[in-house]
Design a protein around this ligand. Structure first.
Ligand code: BT5
Length: 263
């Protein structure tokens, strides 16, 4: 059921790259609305943007807090990839955000498996990629980017505040959201082009170059199961490989990584 606020964008803007940006004041979730738009047919390059989300979502049904001042957007893509490759879109979006933040603001960023961008080991951005399948193929993918831009951390509940940061908090001032959006879209478009050309290994290498958790002692939470070990590698499918204390290796397809040195 569409949310009451989801009916009509407040304005439609166009990015320098020709994306149609449907800009809403308040929305349930940009991913949800993008999905509904994508289902209604291919209308080219569309981005759904909201000033605030009332039901912003993370992975596994979790909540994504989306107060005003953040960059909350979803991009509709129609990639020629198999469903198991959706994670690649998450990786390239994370790299695009991480590189853009470094270039624009000179802040040092890192990526963390599977979908985080960090500054000073705190989460500044999360990516949520969702796909719709048709006859076993990806019909469309929605890449949702949640980036804490002009946000006072006081706006978050304590359990989120302790593990997160914002650009405003790191820089001590607000930034121009519009320029950030343009640059993130540009960085993602570039990487998406490389992915479509079959250059996944180059893109994975770029992501791994920012993956400072690799080689670290980590705790992995997989639903109710908790493991500890060393974050050994991320394989070509984007799967995390952990070296357990027993010396055995384990492949992790879904889960959350916590760096133990931060505890
Ligand atoms: C994510 O999930 O990190 C994916 C977040 C994607 C959000 C974007 S915003 C635009 C688009 N529309 C949507 O509805 N979603 C996407 P996950 O890895 O599951 O992390 C979720 C966890 O991060 C929560 O359980 C909280 O602990 C924490 N969290 C919630 N809001 C946060 C925030 N604004 N900043 C940092 N951490 C947050």
């Amino acid at each position: 059921m569409p949310h009451q606020s989801d009916k009509k964008p407040a304005e439609t803007e166009y990015s320098n790259l020709g994306y149609e940006i449907l800009h809403y004041r308040a929305l349930s979730s940009t991913n949800q609305v993008a999905k509904e738009i994508a289902r209604n047919g291919n209308r080219g390059r569309v981005v759904v943007l909201a000033d605030t989300q009332l039901l912003g979502r993370g992975r596994l049904g979790r909540r994504w807090f989306s107060p005003k001042g953040g960059l909350w957007l979803s991009i509709i893509l129609r990639p020629k990839i198999s469903p198991k490759d959706a994670l690649k879109l998450t990786f390239i979006a994370s790299s695009a955000v991480a590189v853009t933040i470094e270039k624009m603001f000179g802040l040092r960023t890192a990526v963390k498996w599977p979908n985080d961008v960090l500054i000073n080991a705190k989460k500044v951005c999360g990516i949520l990629t969702e796909t719709s399948l048709q006859n076993g193929d990806v019909e469309f993918a929605i890449v949702g980017i949640g980036l804490n831009a002009n946000i006072d951390l006081e706006a978050f509940p304590a359990f989120v505040r302790s593990n997160s940061t914002s650009l405003q908090h790191e820089l001590g001032h607000k930034i121009r959201l519009r320029a950030l959006i343009e640059n993130v879209l540009k960085a993602l478009e570039h990487r998406y082009g490389l992915l479509q050309q079959g250059l996944w290994f180059t893109l994975l290498q770029e992501w791994k170059g920012m993956a400072s958790f690799l080689g670290e002692k980590v705790k992995i939470t997989i639903f109710d199961e908790v493991l500890t070990g060393e974050a050994w590698d991320v394989d070509e499918d984007g799967v995390l490989i952990i070296r357990l204390e027993s010396g055995a290796f384990r492949k992790i397809l879904v889960g959350d990584v916590t760096l133990l040195r931060n505890l």
